[in-house]
Design a protein around this ligand. Structure first.
Ligand code: SF4
Length: 223
């Protein structure tokens, strides 16, 4: 058994390679903007507790353990599956682009922060200048939680979208929610200011309960 390669280990290994690749690309982007890697923040981090990002860098072993969470594996496989099936899908007057990346530089207290986003998909009109976002979530929630909505509002700004479809999926339901509110540059600046000043730790009442760092965190409200 120890010499056999188990399918789960194979999947997780692949995720790790992909994440290392992505990390390399992020480092290149930081160099391009002359911004420290530490000052690069993902949209998916901005909408959560700011301490998690620090723990993430400090305890990579715990992050690897999180790769084995069933919901993480399912979510990622769904995202890669959709990317594979839908990328460059040309339908009528529209074309679907998967895993579209965007960035914005935000200055707080004279320090530049590189804000990076990667939306699951953008549906682009071939005739008009219209772009609609698509973000898929595998989740047990029946209604879209605030942090998913906030993420879409930021994407609406970052990718210049008319609106964003938030597609929520679980084993019993698939439903689509339209997020048509858009952050403006000032909203984003306020959010980044709040984040780097660690105003909200945790950011949401429920967050510590599902945080992989709950047992190490002095600010935990999880147990
Ligand atoms: S345990 Fe709570 S406060 Fe600590 S990092 Fe996690 S979410 Fe933030």
């Amino acid at each position: 058994m120890s010499e056999e390669i188990l399918p789960l280990r194979l999947i997780v290994q692949k995720f790790k390679y992909l994440d290392e690749d992505h990390r390399e690309k992020v480092r290149e982007k930081c160099l391009k903007y002359n911004i420290e890697y530490e000052n690069c923040i993902f949209v998916t981090q901005l909408v959560y507790c700011p301490l998690k990002r620090l723990f993430h860098e400090a305890y990579p072993d715990l992050v690897i353990q999180n790769y084995y969470e069933p919901k993480v594996i399912i979510g990622r496989l769904v995202a890669y599956g959709l990317e594979h099936v839908l990328n460059n899908f040309d339908y009528s007057d529209w074309i679907f682009k998967s895993e579209v990346e965007g960035e914005k530089v935000v200055k707080v207290d004279n320090i530049n922060y590189l804000i990076l986003g990667r939306i699951d998909g953008v549906i682009q009109s071939k005739i008009h200048d219209r772009r609609i976002g698509v973000e898929f979530k595998v989740t047990a929630h029946d209604l879209p939680p605030d942090h998913y909505i906030e993420q879409c509002k930021i994407y609406n700004l970052m990718f210049d979208l008319e609106y964003c479809y938030l597609v929520m999926m679980n084993r019993d339901k698939i439903y689509t929610y339209v997020v048509d509110e858009k952050y403006d540059d000032n909203d984003l600046l306020n959010l980044v200011e709040e984040y780097v000043s660690m105003v909200h730790i945790p950011r949401w009442d429920w967050e510590c309960k599902i945080c992989p760092f709950v047992k190490l965190c002095p600010f935990s409200r999880g147990e």
